[in-house]
Design a protein around this ligand. Structure first.
Ligand code: GLA
Length: 712
């Protein structure tokens, strides 16, 4: 329910309350967010003359009223608030002062589409829109809130008024009184994405950013704010996650009176967006609440993302079992070799064969050809049409790898359009993997890509496309876009290509990728329902990446493959069953040469693919719980939403002499139901309260167990 009463905006669902107040001077205060409350949280505010805290002019001689300590929904510079502002507007004359005052609001049902940007959709969401006007420039700030279940989706737009303004920063901020909170963030590096880190926010401030033009492996754009005693199974937590794939900024800081301000939004310090008769629509922010710990938070968040944000294909392939030839062949293949691999993949039970990098231009290594999205006939020994026809005739769907946002200097495209690459005139550009980045803010570039990729999809009869992005932006100079706008306009350009292709090919599955999981975010999931999780295919390390990512995203969005041993990244040899069990925590596939497998291995993989197809509905539509995550072992459970069917997957990562037992308490089951667990029967209450002894045999290293649990 959303109410407006005596200047008080209250958004309440069964799971949370979010409360704001229009104050006597038209500014918007942020009073509360958290477990549901009835009543006016402004009772928590105190007014005293606080030294060195200035007061708004309208307050006259009242020195007790100051924006230096009041919790604010919209925090700007020049209002007496000395904390880090969420919004910075530069006026035409360079002044950074801005004062946004309430103008109007409306309450309505059903989210509205945001053209050109990823957005949450829910016809029955309760929505609030508040308009504020900036005193000097008459710029209009529109804030939107859509509430459903445990989630709140915030939106923000800034429209220029009479005069030109420059938006230097536009983050969603949130102030919390008397804060005793931790912040959780997810950092990493290539091949080690989304490591969960946690710190208490005291007087120190935490800033996390990506200035790479993409979300990045190094820092994900999702954060959890939780009580300092919150655990997996207990306590309050709210997850903030941006529907955005570009640079971003997050900060959390505590002020002199113990109020915490945290803010998250698009753009780094390189962002600066001038507006004249123009509007800037900022990407949405998803906030999901739980009072029952981080496990429940991720279950609720994943459900919301699956139901209201993540793309659903009209038809075609959903979570297909695929074989990707990258680690099987790298650049060393021809058409006949690919056909053999595809046929063998079909024999094993795969639905889709994906031809990765190296099929186009004259590419035999990563030095050339990005931009030339036509096949290398000489290398393939046949046309793309023929290859595709022969693969699909073998009874398996066909997909291709592309890296459309990139350009190699050694390419026909670069020779024709050097100005399409982002580069600073007079300065040699920075190369990343030898390549340059195309200027996606330039409509000529995006039009070219729309046409080229549309033709490729049609001609290659593609069911799937792996959309890669293998370097970050360094040279923020475009031949058409002002430098400060590039971070934003680039991503808008990218989204426009996805939007076009998805409309033209509603059955096409696009899988996101960026050197593995360097651009794994809700913005991409809106267009590409799954994303390659990491270039690290080692099962033992991948558990960390899967578990970290599962705090934010539905596990079925994780591209997750069984690869050969010794593993190409870690040189570790783990059992096939272990590799396969870990790959089942996601959208399953193979990343190996099936023609090199022994008959024994083929038979195991055939059985494993059958097993995955049976488990896939639980992984896809069910809830995912992390039960144990230590250097010694990882254990998780996927439970169908009716709580009748579940699968537990556990891996021992470190062997010890005379090992200890591993016990886990299951979650998400029905306490009153009886379950068959392998060949035994247990009550739900036994499994959830007393626990379950993981049935490891301790007879091999890196052992996995997979246990099916079914209600009787
Ligand atoms: C990236 C991807 C890999 C593979 C290579 C090809 O690193 O993450 O899966 O596609 O590019 O060059």
């Amino acid at each position: 329910m959303i109410t407006y009463d005596s200047d008080l905006f209250t958004i309440t669902t069964d799971s949370f309350t979010y409360q704001m107040k229009k104050d006597a001077y038209g500014r918007l205060l942020h009073l509360y967010h958290g477990s549901p409350i009835a009543g006016d949280a402004s009772a928590l505010l105190s007014y005293r003359d606080r030294g060195f805290s200035g007061s708004p002019y309208e307050a006259g001689t009242d020195r007790t009223y100051s924006y230096d300590y009041l919790p604010l929904e919209v925090s700007t510079a020049g209002e007496g608030d000395f904390r880090t502002p969420g919004i910075v507007i530069e006026q035409e004359d360079g002044t950074l002062s801005a004062a946004f005052r309430y103008e109007s609001h409306r309450i309505y049902t059903g989210t509205e589409a945001v053209r050109g940007l990823p957005h949450a959709s829910a016809d029955d969401a309760e929505c609030l829109e508040i308009k504020l006007t900036e005193e000097l420039s008459k710029a209009e700030l529109t804030l939107t809130y859509a509430a459903k279940g445990s989630s709140l989706v915030r939106g923000m737009r800034i429209k220029a008024g009479d005069r030109k303004i420059t938006v230097r920063k536009a983050l969603y901020s949130m102030d919390t009184l008397a804060s005793d909170h931790d912040v959780i963030w997810f950092d990493g590096r290539h091949c080690s994405e989304r490591n969960m880190k946690r710190d208490h926010i005291d007087t120190s401030a935490l800033t996390c950013t990506s200035r790479r033009g993409a979300t990045s492996h190094q820092m994900n754009n999702s954060f959890i704010i939780c009580a300092s005693d919150t655990t997996e199974t207990h306590g309050e937590a709210v997850l903030l996650s941006l529907l955005w794939s570009g640079s971003f900024t997050f900060f959390a800081e505590k002020d002199q009176y113990g109020t915490m301000r945290c803010a998250l939004g698009a753009g780094s310090e390189f962002f600066s967006y001038d507006l004249e008769n123009d509007e800037l629509v900022l990407p949405q922010l998803l906030m999901t609440y739980s009072a029952e710990g981080l496990g429940d938070l991720s279950v609720k968040n994943s459900r919301f993302v699956s139901d209201h944000i993540r793309r659903k294909l009209r038809g075609g392939l959903t979570n297909p079992v695929l074989l990707n030839n990258w680690e099987a062949t790298y650049f060393d293949f021809n058409g006949e070799k690919l056909l053999q691999i595809a046929k063998e993949a079909k024999n094993l039970g795969c639905d889709l064969f994906v031809l990765d990098d190296g099929w186009f231009g004259h590419r035999n290594d990563d030095l050339s050809s990005l931009g030339d999205w036509y096949e290398n006939r000489e290398k393939l020994g046949m046309s793309l049409d023929e290859l595709s026809a022969r693969i699909t005739e073998a009874g398996i769907a066909f997909g291709l790898w592309v890296e459309p946002e990139m350009i190699s200097e050694d390419s026909d495209l670069y020779r024709a359009h050097p100005e399409w690459a982002l580069a600073v005139p007079g300065k040699a550009p920075v190369r990343g993997r030898y390549q340059l980045v195309l200027d996606m803010s330039n409509p000529e570039v995006t039009d070219y890509l729309k046409k080229t990729l549309d033709d490729l999809i049609t001609r290659g009869r593609l069911s799937y496309m792996k959309w890669d992005y293998n370097r970050f932006i360094t040279d923020f100079h475009s031949s058409v876009t002002l430098p400060g706008r590039i971070e934003y306009d680039y991503i808008r350009g990218l989204y426009s290509v996805f939007e076009y292709l998805n409309e033209r090919h509603p059955d096409l599955l696009i899988e996101g990728c960026s050197g593995g999981g360097g651009r794994f975010d809700l913005g991409l999931l809106y267009y590409t329902p799954q994303s390659w999780l990491s270039d690290d295919t080692d099962a033992i390390e991948r558990i960390d990446i899967e578990f970290g990512s599962s705090y934010i995203y539905p596990v079925s969005s994780f591209g997750s493959h069984v690869s050969a041993v010794p593993n190409h990244q870690t040189h570790r040899t783990s059992p096939l069953f272990t590799r396969s069990s870990v790959a089942m925590i996601g959208s399953y596939g193979l990343e190996l040469d099936p023609t090199k497998l022994s008959e024994g291995e083929k038979s195991v993989i055939r059985d494993e693919i059958k097993a995955y197809k049976e488990l896939c509905p639980i992984i896809k539509d069910g809830d995912f719980y992390r039960l144990m995550h230590t250097p010694d072992a990882g254990c998780c459970l996927a439970v169908s939403q009716d709580r009748k069917d579940a699968v537990l997957i556990a891996v021992r990562r470190l062997s010890h002499g005379n090992p200890k037992d591993f016990h886990v308490r299951l979650r998400g089951l029905d306490e009153k139901a009886m379950y068959s667990v392998g060949d035994k029967v247990f009550s739900g209450s036994m499994l959830m309260n007393a626990g379950f002894l993981l049935p490891f045999t301790y007879s091999e290293d890196l052992e996995a167990v997979r246990v099916r649990i079914k209600a009787l």
